[in-house]
Write a protein that binds this ligand. Structure first.
Ligand code: WT7
Length: 698
């Protein structure tokens, strides 16, 4: 594959690519002969209002030879096959699942509506459990579970199948039927995947509500989905405290007329008021149930689950995922991107309450008969090395986490991972936000021991599965780039007029044809689905809402949400690039960049910066950071104001909430803070800015 001369960078595995060649992966998909885009490429300068992509990252990391030699994907023929006939290629992926009856058509597309594998029938829980047990794989560990207080449970595939069957029978016994919706409000305990799979087994759609959400959020989601049953626990452990799940649930349920029964898992103990006729303990419900339960034969297009995504504003959207296409794509992407071998111990450290956990803790890994790790609690409990202690204990080979977590690890310092033997790791993954190059390098170096490829995977709740990603055995990695569309995915970057932007330019990230795991609708609001995702460039073009650029190798660089893009002196700048330039400075742990109106330049750049422990936010430091950005990107991107803060406001899934910082920077009253994980932080920043403390203005 690509071999390029060393360029004197201090990292031995890092090669600077010479020449602008496609990295041995065949022709770029955007101009493949006969592709819908052929001939519509425009030069950057022709396109108005593109996002200017200014940051240039020159480090390139080749797949290590020993990794490549053992990888599932060792050459680029998969891209060619998928390009030549994407339906045949997806059908080939679907054939890896067990179907009760085969599909009639692979894809039926009436834009924007699509059906995959119509006429086929299957069951997701059968694919995740029974078929492995029937093939003799029942003794393999499905999950190593570790509770925050320190308990362990080892759950084999045979155990999981029995438990799922018992609970599926239990759910049927309280009236849950095919086509119903079941809400699940649990922490990270084994009963969470059990509950999801039990629903899937009997054809009820689950709607998992993240255990960190409030009673109000739970209520709105239950009512929107018209859920019949709620599954919860008495409590959950988080940082040594008990999260009162049942108490929250009871509060919501005063306004949830659709709920007929509540099933409560005993986790933390203690007394809980039970409503007779409505409430039942999980352990009592499953006690006398047979460990065998016939799975429903589901149509490929039957609803598998709803998952609500709040985004940063507006009423939460019930994203609807169906069975056949979803399972096909999560299994295929999980296997090929994480290069899953039989002996792997795979750890996706996300919460199952987010789509990452649905697709890459539960459905993808179990469909692939993988051994996984589930940890219940906080990464800094009892100390900041908890994750590394768990990775060492179970000899984890693959770790998948988020940039926000990686930046926290960076801030805490390298001594925590250094205390543990992480030599079992062979592959790392990142998801959720653009990963700043310095965070990427830190992860690669201090967690991966300079040995593990880092797969930066771009996708969304709505896409169901990863769409833009390296394949770790063949893709040369560039820190900060999610690299290339997964085989079969047709992506593009468009300007405001809908023209494809040339290499080097930035614009709207779009997908030009459907993929099997695309969300089929927003529950109860198909118009909003069409408007949100297909409203801008026509019903055949899915608009992700993210800005992106493609570099000279056609690698994709995600630039953050389009709504966050700033216009400074006529230049459209991405927040991500300026933030990455700031994080590149050795003093900086995390940064969020927003703008405020300015008479002179249109929008002035304001940076909120969190320093690593040991550094102080002085006037001198502010000047140093401004100069650093000017050197890395250019004078145009030099922040006007720098505000040092102890933390940044984040959503509960860890994304920085720039909208609120924009309000602070503009001196506006604060908007809705209820979706924040750390609402107090905005208040602090607000007070600080009002009083003029902690900021450096130019
Ligand atoms: C948004 C989707 C996908 C599962 C978790 C988040 C951002 C996600 C990346 C990445 C840059 C990323 C995008 C996207 N995002 N992964 N690798 N690089 N940005 O799911 O909550 O639906 O969020 O997360 O902005 O649109 P989600």
């Amino acid at each position: 594959m690509l071999s390029s001369p060393r360029h004197g960078c201090k990292y031995p595995a890092c090669h600077l690519r010479h020449g602008a060649g496609w990295p041995g992966l065949g022709r770029p998909p955007y101009d493949a002969p006969g592709s819908p885009n052929e001939g519509v490429l425009v030069k950057v300068s022709d396109a108005e209002r593109n996002i200017e992509a200014l940051l240039s990252e020159e480090r390139v990391f080749e797949p290590p030879e020993d990794f490549r030699a053992r990888a599932i994907v060792r050459d680029d023929s998969i891209y060619e096959r998928a390009d030549a006939d994407h339906e045949a290629y997806w059908a080939e992926q679907a054939e890896r699942l067990s179907w009760f009856s085969r599909w009639d058509t692979v894809m039926e597309w009436t834009p924007p509506w699509v059906k995959w594998f119509a006429g086929g029938t299957l069951n997701a829980s059968y694919n995740c459990l029974d078929r492995h047990v029937e093939a003799g794989g029942g003794d393999k560990v499905a999950f190593h579970w570790e509770g925050e207080p320190g308990e362990e449970r080892t759950i084999t595939y045979a155990d999981l199948l029995q438990e799922v069957c018992r609970f599926a029978n239990g759910l049927r016994s309280i009236g849950v039927q095919k086509g119903d919706r079941v809400a699940i409000y649990l922490g990270m305990i084994p009963e969470l995947p059990v509950a999801m799979l039990a629903c899937a087994r009997i054809g009820a759609a689950h709607s998992v509500v993240f255990g960190g959400f409030s009673a109000e959020s739970l209520r709105d989601r239950i009512n929107d989905a018209d859920a019949k049953v709620l599954i919860t626990a008495d409590g959950g452990y988080r940082r040594g405290q008990v999260v009162p799940l049942k108490q929250n649930a009871d509060e919501s349920l005063t306004e949830c007329p659709s709920i007929e029964h509540v099933v409560t898992v005993r986790r933390t103990g203690g007394d809980h008021p039970f409503t007779p006729g409505r409430d039942v303990w999980y352990h009592e419900l499953v006690a006398d149930q047979p460990a065998v339960c016939e799975p429903e034969h589901m149509e490929a297009e039957d609803l598998l689950y709803l998952l609500y995504t709040s985004g940063t504003t507006g009423k939460p959207k019930g994203i609807a995922h169906t069975t056949g296409g979803y399972l096909t794509q999560v299994a295929a992407t999980h296997r090929l991107i994480f290069d899953i071998h039989d002996d792997d111990v795979y750890w996706c450290a996300a919460d199952i309450g987010w789509v990452t956990g649905h697709s890459y803790i539960v459905y993808g890994p179990l469909a692939n008969h993988t051994t996984g790790i589930i940890y219940e609690g906080a990464p800094d409990w009892p100390d900041k090395d908890r994750l590394w202690q768990i990775a060492e204990k179970y000899r984890a080979t693959i770790l998948y986490t988020a940039p926000t977590a990686i930046r926290a690890f960076m801030r805490w310092g390298t001594e925590y991972p250094a205390k543990h033997d992480l030599s079992s790791l062979r592959l790392l993954g990142s998801v959720g936000e653009p990963i700043n190059p310095e965070a990427w390098i830190w992860y690669w170096k201090y967690i991966g021991g300079e040995r593990c490829p880092v797969v930066d995977t771009w996708w969304q709740t709505e896409t169901g599965a990863i769409l833009i990603t390296p394949l770790p055995g063949i893709t040369a990695l560039k820190p900060g780039s999610a690299t290339l569309p997964f085989p079969g995915i047709l992506a593009d970057v468009l300007d405001e007029q809908g023209h494809s932007v040339g290499l080097g330019g930035g614009g709207y990230l779009v997908l030009k044809r459907p993929w099997p795991s695309i969300a089929r609708t927003i529950w109860g609001d198909p118009d909003r689905y069409v408007q949100t995702y297909f409203g801008k460039f026509g019903t055949d073009t899915y608009v992700a809402g993210d800005g992106a650029k493609r570099d000279e190798d056609a690698y994709y660089w995600l630039l953050g949400r389009i709504d966050d893009v700033m216009n400074v002196a006529g230049h459209r700048l991405s927040t991500y690039e300026i933030e990455s330039a700031l994080v590149d400075n050795q003093k900086v742990a995390e940064a969020a960049v927003v703008s405020r109106p300015d008479d002179l330049v249109g929008e002035a750049i304001v940076a909120f910066v969190t320093l690593k422990s040991g550094f102080e936010g002085t006037e001198g430091a502010a000047t140093e950071l401004r100069d650093h950005v000017a050197t890395k990107i250019g004078k145009i991107a030099r922040p006007h104001g720098i505000i040092f803060t102890n933390d940044l406001p984040k959503t509960r899934s860890g994304k920085i909430m720039r909208r609120l910082l924009r309000d602070v920077a503009r001196g506006r009253p604060l908007g809705d803070v209820t979706t924040l994980a750390n609402a107090e932080v905005v208040e602090q920043i607000h007070t600080m800015v009002e009083s003029g403390a902690g900021s450096g203005e130019e």
